[in-house]
Design a protein around this ligand. Structure first.
Ligand SMILES: [Zn+2]
Length: 395
């Protein structure tokens, strides 16, 4: 049956797509939430959701993410994409290693690989590993490759999601001009979508983690690299060229250490994973890890408390101007360094409370990420999932 533009049938098709895309973007959302996010009436949403549940496109989840028993759903029960509808792959290309996740459409992780490698200087080896690990994960779980809809890739460099090639990048010089999506698509035979890792970390915490329900949030990634991702007005904001949120390269120390970007005294040279652990070199040796710092904090070590609180205040200092401009509802601190926990968060809160004007300073909450060092790969999964609408509605 053909659908005349403007007909009731085509209007219903468009609204179905809108509902599916909203569930994809939010990961888990109630009927009321869908109505609020789309502007559709609750009656229309209930009718569309009933059809999508019957067709197996959506399913009802309980608060822990497990599916509710059939027929047992309450009106506020969150909806997710039906996990049995297919899968997607998510990849995080970090500076020092590669994470590959295989997940169902509700974001449930089915398999994972991690491989330490010098990603910055070995793009060919890194892409070969990604393709092999991805195909291996799909095969290992006995999944039908034809029902894997796509792959998302998070990279530690400025790039807009859905673009393909890295622009000239002082941060990841050996990857400049590499068409990551095309090279991976040729190997894995599915659509590949690429985005900046901190941006995708923000997307993940907003979709699955500590940022759920906050449509204006800043995600801070404290890892071997330091970056930030922005969700503004319920949309990922990437800037004109994908470089928004380069928090790690804001100068915070005059005449400080030279950063890998070429400037001096960037935030990353002070609170990045290596910078933070190296402050313990004199007392604890050069091989101190973030797990060692966490153990020192648990033993009430005053040096560890001081270092992590100072790091938090330094992050807060870099965030003050950004919060004053954007008025986020929530700041989510993620990445491996966030494992140090409370003193870091309190350092950030202290600086924001002290330096922001009262209405903004009082309303912004600072919280730890819930997804740990998987956040960026899960964001890549969210990105890939967002591109599957047409597949889901035309099966
Ligand atoms: Zn820098």
């Amino acid at each position: 049956m053909s659908e005349a533009p403007g007909s009731l049938t085509s209007l219903r098709s468009r609204n179905r797509l809108l509902v599916v895309e909203t569930v994809q973007r939010r990961g888990r959302i109630s009927r009321v939430g869908i109505a609020r996010a789309t502007g559709l009436s609750r009656t229309t949403v209930s009718s569309l959701v009933a059809d999508l549940l019957a067709e197996g496109v959506l399913t009802e989840a309980d608060g822990t993410g497990r599916r509710a028993s059939p027929g047992g759903g309450r009106p506020a029960t969150p909806l997710t994409l039906n996990p049995e509808g297919g899968g997607v792959l998510g990849v995080h290309l970090r500076h020092a290693g590669i994470r590959v996740l295989f997940a169902d459409l509700s974001g449930g992780v089915l398999g994972e690989r991690y491989h330490e490698i010098d990603v910055d200087h070995r793009p060919d080896d890194a892409l070969a590993y990604v393709a092999d690990a991805a195909l291996d994960l799909v095969a290992a779980g006995g999944h039908d490759a034809g029902r894997v809809f796509g792959m998302g890739v998070a990279v530690s460099a400025p790039i807009r999601s859905r673009s393909h090639t890295l622009r000239t990048s002082s941060v990841l010089a050996d990857w400049t001009g590499v068409d990551i999506a095309a090279r991976l698509e040729a190997r894995v035979g599915m659509p590949v979508h690429v985005g900046n890792d901190a941006n995708l970390g923000a997307l993940a915490e907003w979709t699955f983690g500590a940022g759920q329900g906050a449509d204006d949030l800043i995600y801070v990634m404290l890892s071997d690299g330091v970056g930030a991702g922005l969700i503004l007005g319920g949309e990922l904001y990437e800037g004109a060229t994908g470089s928004a949120g380069e928090l790690g390269h804001i100068p915070v120390v005059d005449g400080g250490y030279v950063c890998r970007c070429g400037n001096r005294g960037c935030l990353e040279t002070v609170v990045g994973l290596r910078a933070l652990t190296s402050t313990f070199a004199h007392t604890r040796g050069p091989d101190t890890t973030i797990a060692d710092v966490v153990a020192l904090l648990a033993a009430d070590d005053p040096g560890a408390q001081r270092v992590t609180a100072d790091a938090g205040r330094m992050v807060g200092r870099a965030l003050v101007g950004i919060c004053a401009m954007l008025e986020p509802r929530r700041v989510v601190i993620g990445g491996e360094v966030a494992a140090v926990g409370r003193p870091l968060l309190e350092g950030v809160r202290d600086m924001l409370a002290r330096q922001l004007p009262p209405p903004i300073g009082q309303e912004v909450t600072v919280t730890a990420g819930r997804l740990g060092d998987r956040a960026e790969a899960l964001g890549a999964i969210a990105l890939a999932t967002q591109s599957t609408s047409a597949h889901l509605l035309t099966r």
